[in-house]
Design a protein around this ligand. Sequence first.
Ligand SMILES: [Fe+2]
Length: 341
Amino acid sequence: MTRTDGPNPVLYTRNGFAGRTATLLRSQYSADYTRVKGSYAPRIYNLNDLDEAAFNDRRAMPVSIMNDGTVSLEIAYRREAAPFATRNVLADEVHVVLAGSATLETEFGVLSVAKDDIVLIPRAISYRFVDIVGELREFLIVTENELNFAMSPGLGPLTRMDAAAPFPDPSTRTGEYETLIRHGDQLTSVFTDYDPIPTISVDGNRLLAKVNIHDIRSINMGSGLLVPPLIIDDATARTQIFDLSARTGDRPPIHYNADYDEVFVYLEGPGQFGGITQNSVMTHTPKGFPHRGPVENVPEGFRGLLIETRATLTPTAAGHEIGRLADVDEFAVHPSAAQSV
Ligand SMILES: [Fe+2]
């Protein structure tokens, strides 16, 4: 279909996938724009492009590329274990592994993590990544609101979930240990003369777990549209994380998401998602900005995540370094930005 084959249906939606909708029939192709003056604009980010120097220090913390004070999207590259345990006391953290592998040690047990794992670390649980193989690259979704897995293994889309396993050796290790408490954008170090991480056993809810995007079955919509599978939710639906991998069905119409910013992270091909062909490319479309998005029915397959948030995400200085104006019809660098860096 060419863009002059109008009229074009345009979907206006309230409350993301959950609210009222209306369809406008328009002769204009509203997913196109020629240029933007001002800061409220969709952008495309290559998450491989952060300055490595920011992570040279073993003490380096994840770098926020977008946030609004309540939700932060962050990147971490790490070759060596940090010399401390981290405990975020004001926010839950979702760690999406983009590359490399490691062992995640937490007060709730131990998890092996590798590419395309989605790990939920609830607040106030100390953790550290050790035994890092290659470079551990992570994309983090950090939210003030409590997050929970919205799927469990069974006859639905998810086939497997791994909870943290008991420590192989929980014996007490002594020596000086540091726990870095993250409280908002501030850090406080607490020192102990014992290792604060190992636990002998855990009972109750399996609060610390992971899923791998490849363990979510692709859904077949036939023709038409269906809400993508919800992986992680929060109690107030402020931030939601969906599986947006290749699936059959119609290309979405042009739409206005009136209440949610939309973030898409391309994890893996081989199929491309519109103009996105490289792993770890992210797009951000701010709420109320008309857009369409590429065909999802890609026979070669691709894997990706869709994050919807009521937060109004704004690029940080690090985000501006790697963000470029985005075309939101096919998700690519916008022609007006193609000549600039
Ligand atoms: Fe959208």
